[in-house]
Write a protein that binds this ligand. Structure first.
Ligand SMILES: NC(=O)c1ccc[n+]([C@@H]2O[C@H](COP(=O)([O-])OP(=O)(O)OC[C@H]3O[C@@H](n4cnc5c(N)ncnc54)[C@H](OP(=O)(O)O)[C@@H]3O)[C@@H](O)[C@H]2O)c1
Length: 279
């Protein structure tokens, strides 16, 4: 990839996208209306701007919303990345599109799961659509990179929608004097979104395919919540919700082989606390 690739961001106002725009301030943001009607006009917009890289962080990423509106989810989570893939293929751009660790929800083991794990059908609509998008995008545009991201977190940004994340949910529970409720036995990685974005440059050079992309975490969610409290110097009670959840712990060896190294989940908490002067 050339030293200053021309970057286009889809989903530029979202949780990941707005941080990507901070990281790549000269990136072109795709118009929100074009994202919601992914067709010829979107393809024309992409082709007119001739980006070298298209970073797709647009989605309906709320699992509950996707359950209630499967057609809307299909449009945003399958048709939109397919349209961007077709445009990327046409102009010789590289598409980087976010998938999710939710594709592992059909697995019954503890993990960690690598990308070549034979996936049982995921248990929710959002994840089924993310998995279908991975396959369809690669059929259209074999050099596309699909990033299976973990649950991500950051402090809230002033003036931005704040949907909640593991850090905010934990801080809020402590501030309100409530227990921090987690499915105590679940294994999953949780990743500092600023590291997700800061490691993006080498992603542009990854060979086409699907990659687990985020922090690895060998701790249970109960241990993870306790570690977060400790890193931020907080006192709180961690309560096991006893909700049976699938393990989503991903093996990220493949990206490491390409020189992309994430902190572990707990190291990520430390990095985040230090970034905000709280460590
Ligand atoms: N957040 C997480 O913890 C997490 C975890 C795993 C995977 N992911 C994946 O990472 C990517 C970024 O997630 P995020 O949390 O940043 O998402 P987000 O904040 O929920 O939304 C991202 C953007 O998607 C666009 N969008 C919303 N509704 C749309 C629709 N109906 N049709 C087309 N576009 C629509 C909007 O772009 P505009 O602002 O430009 O209108 C929105 O800002 C997504 O692919 C998500 O599935 C996220």
């Amino acid at each position: 990839m050339k030293t200053t690739p021309r970057i286009m961001v889809a989903g530029a106002h979202g949780f990941v996208g707005c941080r990507a725009m901070e990281r790549f301030p000269s990136a072109i943001a795709v118009d929100s209306a074009l994202l919601r009607n992914p067709g010829h006009a979107l393809q024309e917009f992409v082709c007119a701007h001739q980006p070298d890289v298209i970073l797709n962080a647009a989605a309906i990423s709320d699992i509950g919303v996707c359950e209630k509106d499967p057609e809307g989810s299909y449009l945003a989570n399958v048709v939109l990345p397919m349209t961007l893939a077709a445009a990327a293929e046409e102009i010789g751009a590289k598409l980087i599109s976010f998938s999710s660790d939710q594709v592992y929800t059909g697995c019954v083991g503890r993990g960690p799961y690598s990308e070549d794990f034979i996936l049982p059908e995921p248990t929710n609509q959002y994840a089924r659509h993310k998995l279908e998008a991975e396959r369809r995008v690669l059929d259209i545009h074999p050099s596309a990179v699909l990033l299976r991201a973990t649950w991500m977190y950051d402090m809230p940004l002033y003036g931005h929608a704040n949907r909640g994340n593991f850090l905010i949910n934990t801080l809020r529970a402590v501030m309100q004097g409530n227990p921090v409720c987690v499915p105590g036995c679940q294994y999953r990685g949780i990743t500092y979104v600023r590291q997700v974005v800061s490691l993006m440059d080498p992603v542009f050079d990854l060979p086409g395919g699907v990659y687990n992309y985020g922090s690895e975490n060998a701790l249970t969610m109960k241990e993870t919540a306790k570690a977060l409290l400790k890193v931020f110097g907080l006192t709180g009670h961690v309560q096991d919700t006893e909700v049976k959840r699938h393990n989503l712990w991903m093996d990220c060896t493949a990206i490491k082989e390409h020189g992309i190294f994430f902190d572990t989940t707990v190291e990520g908490f430390q990095r985040c606390a230090a970034d905000y002067g709280l460590g």
